[in-house]
Design a protein around this ligand. Structure first.
Ligand code: ATP
Ligand code: MG
Ligand code: MG
Length: 552
């Protein structure tokens, strides 16, 4: 909270005081379709329910507006730095604070990011787009308007394909698409920091003017789960492109969920807009709550109000914020201080006199597009014959694809044997310790060495897991070192194994009797007892053969 910073100008005083903290030093720096039941609204059984659905049932309709902060060193129209953790009001230029006489200068990096994102989402890129002023009065918007692209945005008519797990066991990958109406470039606002103790609101303008891409989706979704899956896929795409870091909890990706309900085949219902949701889980919960709330309102004979709501994560409910724009006039007007934004199709279409290095050329950006997450997943399934759900797990975790591929390169083990190690053993330890893949104390080559030792019969599979844990704990010891230090190698002395098997058989006559009476599964119990004595070091093939012989 910025309460300790000396306040500047008192701007507004209704119930609370709102102070504008104008920057000090920084001023010098820069001049310038699922049937919706009434009890639950998950879409997991959608296909089945859809067939049965009667026209009397209300269904949910969801359209998202997503604000993605552009990953750029500087803001959209000023040279001030972008930073999440900087002290309040330390990254603010005259323009960001809306001082008279300052003019916006468009940041090319932000334009390139929007074009790249548009291309990755199959949009048409408008060669000419326009900037507009959208007026509203709020303390964290010092100009009284936001520069956005209302009339002609930079990218239009795209499509996002996303997947979620469906089917009875929730293990089938279900593919869906949502249309992208447009992507517009616009400025972020500042932040209002509420200090409840002193009953005041302070303004931090560090975020004011940071470049945003607003992605407007068509109302093609029907429940929270779909919306959360679409946002997750978008997040992965933006991260792969590097156009937005996509961290929702830091506000780099903020979602407004527009929700309505209607009878299938009838016009769409009145929407409410749940603003600024900052996690995929809350998004799903907010949408499902809102669908049920609206169904309840209609069933009681009421009407849904066109209003803006907020999600209260504690109660799991949405609550009204203020009346929607029906009443609000944004007084849109062309931005007089910015010319039309022109991007060029290819090098050949560059007019003479235009500096190729300064121009944004769509084809050049298309050529530089990285592999997108859906393509990576398909490639992983085809190249390594792994299950589609494993490809999702790999792609979902930053750096895990590279880790998996590095292990596969260094071992003779089949990729489908490696995958379990990466998605179970490695991932669960990372999650437990809240670490990223790059922080793993066991490197891909160290894991590959361990798998090799198991493959060549030096250790059993249960011991391999033990060794892995020890390698994790000791950070740096190789598999071989751990095996030698703790004497974990497979017992090759068949006489010793023979003796242990005999002891186990002799001391469990009841189990032996059961096996002799035909219950062959009981043999596994005896095997477990032998492995317990040998700490998993006995070759299971040898043990089984010996036990079968002794109980026949
Ligand atoms: N009946 C409806 N039910 C659910 N979603 C809807 C419905 N009608 C429109 N939407 C969604 O509402 C969103 C409208 O976004 P848009 O940016 O065009 O307007 P806005 O919400 O009025 O503007 P602002 O950017 O000021 O929030 C889109 O995502 C669209 O899919
Ligand atoms: Mg919008
Ligand atoms: Mg909106």
């Amino acid at each position: 909270m910025a309460a300790s910073v000396a306040p500047g100008v008192l701007l507004h005083n209704i119930n609370k005081q709102i102070w504008i903290l104008y920057p000090k030093a920084s001023f010098h720096r820069c001049a310038a379709v699922r049937r919706i039941g009434t009890s639950a609204s998950r879409c997991k059984s959608q296909p089945q329910l859809k067939r049965k659905s009667s026209p009397q049932e209300l269904v949910g309709v969801v359209g998202l507006e997503i604000h993605a902060q552009i990953h750029s060193n500087t803001k959209l129209f000023s040279g001030s730095q972008v930073g999440f953790l900087a002290p309040p009001n330390s990254l603010v230029s005259f323009l960001d604070a809306s001082l008279p006489g300052t003019l916006p200068v468009l940041n090319r990096r932000c334009v390139e990011a929007a074009v790249m994102t548009g291309l990755a989402l199959n949009c048409t890129i408008n060669n000419k787009s326009l900037f507009d002023r959208k007026h509203y009065f709020y303390a964290d918007l010092p100009a009284g308007y936001q520069i956005t692209q209302q009339r002609q945005p930079i990218a239009v008519n795209g499509m996002l394909t996303y997947s979620h797990l469906g089917g009875k066991k929730r293990n089938q990958v279900v593919n869906k698409t949502v249309q992208i109406k447009q992507i517009q470039l616009e400025q972020d606002s500042g932040k209002s920091l509420h200090d409840d103790q002193r009953s005041q609101t302070l303004i931090d303008l560090n975020r004011a003017g940071v470049g945003l891409m607003e992605l407007v989706m068509e109302p093609d979704m029907s429940c929270g789960e779909e919306a959360a899956a679409a946002v997750r896929e978008l997040q992965l795409i933006l991260q792969a492109l590097g156009t937005c870091q996509g961290n929702m909890s830091e506000g780099q990706l903020r979602v407004d969920a527009n929700v309505s309900v209607h009878m299938p085949g009838e016009p769409l219902g009145i929407r409410t807009e749940v603003k600024n949701i900052n996690s995929a889980r809350y998004l799903a919960r907010a949408i499902d709550y809102e669908i049920q709330r609206q169904i309840g309102v209609l069933q009681r004979g009421g009407t849904v109000q066109n209003e803006t709501r907020a999600f209260d994560s504690k109660s799991g409910q949405t609550i009204p914020m203020r009346d929607k724009e029906g009443l609000q006039d944004y007084r849109f007007m062309p931005e007089p201080n910015l010319p039309p934004l022109i991007v060029y199709k290819d090098n050949a279409s560059l007019p003479t006199g235009v500096d190729a290095c300064q121009a944004v050329v769509v084809e050049r950006i298309r050529e530089g597009l990285p592999e997108l997450p859906s393509v990576t997943r398909d490639r992983l399934v085809q190249t390594y014959a792994i299950l589609p759900e494993h490809s999702f797990t790999l792609v979902n975790e930053d750096g895990l694809v590279e880790y998996f591929e590095a292990v596969v390169r260094e071992t003779k083990r089949e990729p489908r044997n490696v995958i379990g190690w990466v998605t179970n053993e490695l991932l669960s330890l990372l999650k437990q310790k809240d670490q990223s893949v790059s922080q793993s104390p066991v490197s891909p080559s160290a894991l590959a060495e361990l798998l090799e030792l198991q493959e060549t019969g030096h250790i059993s599979s249960s011991v391999a897991k033990q060794v892995f844990q020890e390698m994790w704990r000791s950070s740096g010891k190789t598999a071989l070192q751990v095996i030698q230090e703790q004497d974990l190698g497979l017992v090759s002395d068949t006489k010793e194994i023979h003796n242990i098997c005999q002891r186990v058989v002799d001391s469990h006559p009841d189990l032996v009797r059961a096996i002799r009476n035909g219950n062959k599964k009981v043999l596994n119990k005896l095997m477990g007892l032998v492995q317990k004595e040998t700490k998993g070091r006995a070759d299971p093939v040898v043990v089984r053969a010996l036990l079968e012989e002794k109980t026949s």
